[in-house]
Design a binder for this molecule. Structure first.
Ligand code: GLC
Length: 420
């Protein structure tokens, strides 16, 4: 399994996406300018109202860490063009608000303190910059009369800003471009790599980058390159929304588990409220999902996706040499599983969610009686407390005596090596 690679290595799999800008004040959606008739001139006046008195980067990063996360990715500039750091290249930035604090700097200090990675999101569409209009791309607003569309000038602006962001805030683990510009220009990623050797760059920029970023869905099949799934706690928005429909913890765990068990990373998004604090429902979800994640995390850390039981729909599998982890990320139909083709007993079976050891036996299963191997005793795990655990994804660990014991089965099931 030497070909197995991870975005940031085995320990850094789960991160927090944070969408924050002037749009928080509207309590509607980060793209309010594109999704309602609101005028840009009116939106831009929000700059004089941005004063999130309860904001503490330390508290955000601490909560993320407490949930088992190991990095954050912060929106330095969203499509509205408003910059959350002390940039020299536009006055449309957080230093020109009553708040007057460099939010990126505060996040970088908190990340350093808690040993968390800091990733930076940067939107290529920019609804404020006079040169930014790009007819090749999506998420554009028609230019205002005072605008002077000029992509070369705008790309220079981006380069200046990326230079600031990748120079002034310590180590940056990823650059998350948003909305592909459909302009080929590898020089932007080259610049980023020069400034931050080792940085990971996503696939929404000026070249294919290092990793893909499926959003709000789980792609079918094995991942063919490094992958980080992203998902918001809210169904309708990434920025804070007052009337949000929050996902259930069970849904979020299921999508997380599916992506993590295929070897991907997972970025879970929360948008700060107008006062900078975390929406109470989002905090509750984070704590809920985090508590589950910490109990099952060993099933992803240093474990790789396995093709064993690939005909099973009830669960997916990760493994290392002598351990298998069954992830019941669908809706379990019954409280037991027959693990054909395994016909040996593990030395230990543990339900990671609760620490308990369910019943296990080698059983001839009556429903298989018509099969050619219907009289073989297969490994059977039963009496699993799935009803009691209805709110979370159960993960079961099976430990076998030796790697050799398991090898026989994994070879037989033609394990395809993960190439990401
Ligand atoms: C989409 C949305 C954007 C959001 C992003 C997060 O591209 O347009 O608002 O920031 O997804 O991945």
């Amino acid at each position: 399994m030497n070909a197995y690679k991870l975005l940031y290595g085995p320990q850094r799999r789960f991160g927090m996406f944070i969408h924050w800008g002037l749009y928080a004040l509207t309590e509607y959606h980060e793209q309010i300018l594109r999704r309602t008739p609101m005028e840009r001139d009116d939106y831009e006046k929000l700059i004089s109202q941005f004063n999130p008195a309860s904001f503490s980067a330390d508290e955000w990063v601490r909560q993320a860490k407490e949930a088992g996360m190991s990095y954050i990715c912060f929106t330095t500039k969203h499509h509205d063009g408003f910059c959350m750091w002390d940039t020299q290249y536009t006055d449309y930035n957080v230093m020109h608000t009553p708040f007057g604090r460099d939010v990126v700097k505060e996040f970088s200090e908190a990340c350093k303190k808690y040993d968390m990675g800091l990733g930076l999101y940067y939107s290529v569409p920019d609804w404020h910059h006079p040169n930014a209009y790009n007819p090749l791309s999506t998420h554009q607003l028609p230019p205002r009369p005072s605008d002077r569309p000029d992509m070369d000038a705008y790309v220079d602006y981006i380069k200046h800003q990326i230079t600031e962001l990748l120079t002034n805030y310590g180590p940056i683990c990823c650059l998350f471009w948003d909305i592909p510009p459909h302009i080929d220009d590898p020089s932007l990623n080259e610049l980023a790599r020069q400034l931050q050797p080792g940085i990971r760059i996503n696939d929404r920029g000026f070249d294919p980058g290092d990793y893909s970023t499926p959003e709000r869905h789980v792609p079918n099949g094995a991942f063919t390159r490094l992958t980080e799934g992203c998902q918001s706690v809210g169904r309708q928005s990434w920025g804070y929304r007052r009337n949000e429909d929050y996902y259930t913890a069970r849904f979020l765990e299921s999508s997380m588990d599916t992506i993590l068990s295929k070897g991907g990373n997972y970025l879970l998004n929360i948008g700060p409220m107008p006062d900078g604090s975390m929406p109470p429902k989002a905090l509750e979800l984070l704590q809920n999902v985090g508590s589950w994640y910490k109990r099952v995390t060993e099933s992803y850390m240093g474990k790789y996706p396995s093709q064993l039981f690939s005909d099973q729909t009830a669960f997916t599998v990760t493994q290392n040499e002598n351990q298998l982890y069954l992830h019941f990320n669908g809706y379990p139909e019954a409280n037991g599983v027959c693990l054909r083709p395994l016909d040996i007993l593990p030395t230990e079976v543990t339900l990671l969610n609760t620490g308990e050891h369910p019943d296990v036996a080698l059983d001839v299963i009556p429903t298989l009686f018509m099969e050619p191997d219907g009289q073989t005793p297969w490994l059977h795990v039963y009496n699993l407390p799935f009803d009691e655990l209805a709110g979370e994804v159960p993960v079961l660990r099976l430990t076998f005596e030796s790697a050799q014991q398991l090898q026989k089965y994994t070879q037989a099931s033609a394990v395809t090596e993960a190439i990401f």
